[in-house]
Design a protein around this ligand. Sequence first.
Ligand SMILES: NC(=O)c1ccc[n+]([C@@H]2O[C@H](COP(=O)([O-])OP(=O)(O)OC[C@H]3O[C@@H](n4cnc5c(N)ncnc54)[C@H](OP(=O)(O)O)[C@@H]3O)[C@@H](O)[C@H]2O)c1
Length: 240
Amino acid sequence: MDLDGLRVAITGAARGTGRLLAEAFAERGAQIFLSARDVVAARRVADAINRQGAGRADAFHCDLAVPDSVRGFAAAVADADRTSYLDVLINNGASYIDGDDLADVSDDTIESVMAAGGTGTVLLTKHLLPLLRASSRPDVVNMISTCGEVGHRRSGAHPAFYAAKHAHAGLAEILSHRLRPEGIRLISLFPPDFVQNGPRQADSDLTAQSVIDCVVFAVGQPRDCFIREFHFEQVRTPHS
Ligand SMILES: NC(=O)c1ccc[n+]([C@@H]2O[C@H](COP(=O)([O-])OP(=O)(O)OC[C@H]3O[C@@H](n4cnc5c(N)ncnc54)[C@H](OP(=O)(O)O)[C@@H]3O)[C@@H](O)[C@H]2O)c1
């Protein structure tokens, strides 16, 4: 995969899968604009990437639940000294909440989950679209979830998490269609619960590494190959 020199923005990248995605692209020579709610934690990730020496990373604050923060991240990436284009936007950040019943979490929590996964993701995509349009190979990668699939009921996630992921999936669906004529690929992943580390066997849980390999593969394809969605067969019942 030739990802050398790619300019990649990613949200929720101070830990978990977001961090692993940032590292995977950087290892292949990409220049990373990584953001997180905790900018100090984001800087630690960027520093670690910069010490490795392949790609470079800059760290930014971005709370997807706060529109001004989202606009601030987009504006900072677009800063003329930094870059005049963006090759890949990875919409990764999202708050997970458990709960069978709507009343299991506070109104404030519901508001922030919906704001981050819904409004914040739409706004960031909107504000980074001019930079993506200036790229010769633009991709928007969406880390969604089985909870964003129509008819999925197997997760113990709170209904607001389902709703936020459906909002993200709806955005990806229509943008994939509308941006295709411009050559902008929307690559959306709908994984079930996966583990950060673990064996990569047929009877094991899906691993973050396998999810990341899907992203790297799809972004690395030539431009005639538009992989729109990744869905995963969930062979194990949750928590079995
Ligand atoms: N892990 C799974 O089993 C699984 C399954 C399906 C889909 N996914 C999706 O894959 C993506 C990454 O998953 P993960 O395993 O790393 O999940 P995770 O452990 O729940 O981490 C979520 C990430 O999103 C960030 N985040 C939460 N709220 C945010 C906000 N308001 N603004 C900006 N960032 C925010 C978190 O940052 P903080 O450090 O600030 O909390 C964290 O980096 C998420 O979209 C998740 O929903 C995960």
